[in-house]
Design a protein around this ligand. Sequence first.
Ligand code: FDA
Length: 528
Amino acid sequence: MKFLQFSVLPFLIVILSVSGANLARHPHRDFLRCLSLRIANSSTITYTQNNPSYSSVLNASIHNTRFSTPTTPKPYAIITPRKTSHVQSTIYCSKNHGFQLRIRSGGHDVEGVSYVSQVPFVILDLVNFRDVKVDTKNEVAWVQSGATTGELYYGIASKTQTLGFPAGICHTIGIGGHLSGGGFGILGRKYGLAADHIIDAKLVDANGRVLRRKSMGEDLFWAIRGGGGNTFGVVLAWKIKLVPVPPVVTVFTVNKNLEQNATKTFHRWQYIAHKLPRDLFTTVWVMKVNSSQVGRKTVQASFKGMFLGRIDVLIPLIQYAFPELGLARENCTEMSWVQSVLYFGALPIEPVEILLNRSALPRLSLKAKTDYIRQPMSETGIEGFMNMFLEEGTDFAITMIEAFGGKMDEIRENELPFPHRSGILFESVYIVQWTNEEDAGLCINWMRRLYSYMSSYASKSLRGAYYNYKDLDLGTNNINGYTSYEQASVWGLKYFRNNFKRLVRIKTMIDPMNFFSNEQSIPPLLSP
Ligand code: FDA
């Protein structure tokens, strides 16, 4: 394969040396001057380090404190656009004055990619792009990227109790990153991913063109629904199709620890969860807890579920399909779909206005990894996995094991960039958190050991990973200079499997000079 990198290299050298010359002059001052020439009162939406609000604007949506230490590289400026033209101007000025652009919507990127870079950079923070317009008659909504899932859910629920949207369970995640990376949540078995329900989008590309579905074409529209928006442009807003939900749903939790047959119950769950009726989503959360013996710890598997129906239907269903769980009426609660989102977020279910609180959750440092499991683990394998939670560094560790099947089984692998569909029993999201930076090494090492332990159970031929929980351990683009197709394939194939090739082709078409680049963006490589 002959790559575009060779053909564009001479031009790049010229461009880099031109921007290098700019850098040698006054890149910062020139960037600000550029903005001020293009945007009236640009200073009201621009925060440089001299601005007293710089730190609060920067930290407002940093959700992984691992990337807000004194040594973390900071942006030269944060731009908080109010209009599309502000976004166009920021792209133009960043490109012309040698700054990399990092796009931030909700700031939940687990590797801090939306607000940290190793090269001079500015942040385009979409905090002012937060409109949610719900049209219940046509069962659609337009939602801007800077809104959170909570703001979207609240916007829907304040108009109707019988429509919902199948996206993630944490209400503070941003629409921009979440939808462009896929988006799996408690309605996933019934309806698939958030990205499966996008019907239009508004994007600004590297040339400042404002594109809608029709003008961007089906290739690019395909790519931004799971291939990561930040590779292709700034997605300002999304038109989504809402889905029916009943006015009352039932949630439940059954906790079992190592002394209460957690291992056996989890072992059995693997054979059942993906085959249950698609109205029933179940998940197992594994974590360390206090044992009933004073001063001792044990590991708990918390079996949680959401059923699109009432308790009286759910209980016999579970008693028939999964009697080992021992589900009882007192484990179950009926509520509205929107309250169930709060329930899964471990928050009080009332008042639902908490969905509008973007800082309702504690902020910790964290590292995450993901797996897709196609074959049930043995009981011994599960026991080993659970016992690892008794090791040091696991005080705030959790694995969320989410059942697939249902609608996820029916969508073709290449329908959208997110390929992990048919035949997957469950997705495992491993998260380790810490409050004291001195524990970072211990916790991250534990996470890497856990991941290595799971390698024999994860998809055998090609171990998959979920782009929405980026993992830079899988590999990164070169900071300076081009990254080869082969190099990027190492992580690209894990996230996107065979869709990676198509993403590369689309990237090459839409952004051949790789303006939108970051540690794991798709590199523009293509044979002529
Ligand atoms: P952020 O603003 O940090 O952006 C994430 C990435 O998308 C960055 O690379 C950024 O540049 C890019 N981006 C953001 N806005 C863009 C835009 N407008 N245009 C182009 N590119 C843009 N996932 C899931 O599927 N189900 C779940 O239940 C959860 N739950 C969850 C809980 C918690 C606490 C965390 C930290 C994460 C999750 N996630 C998740 C993962 C989540 O979906 C993922 O981190 C999203 O990328 C977050 O989107 P934000 O906009 O908040 O992040």
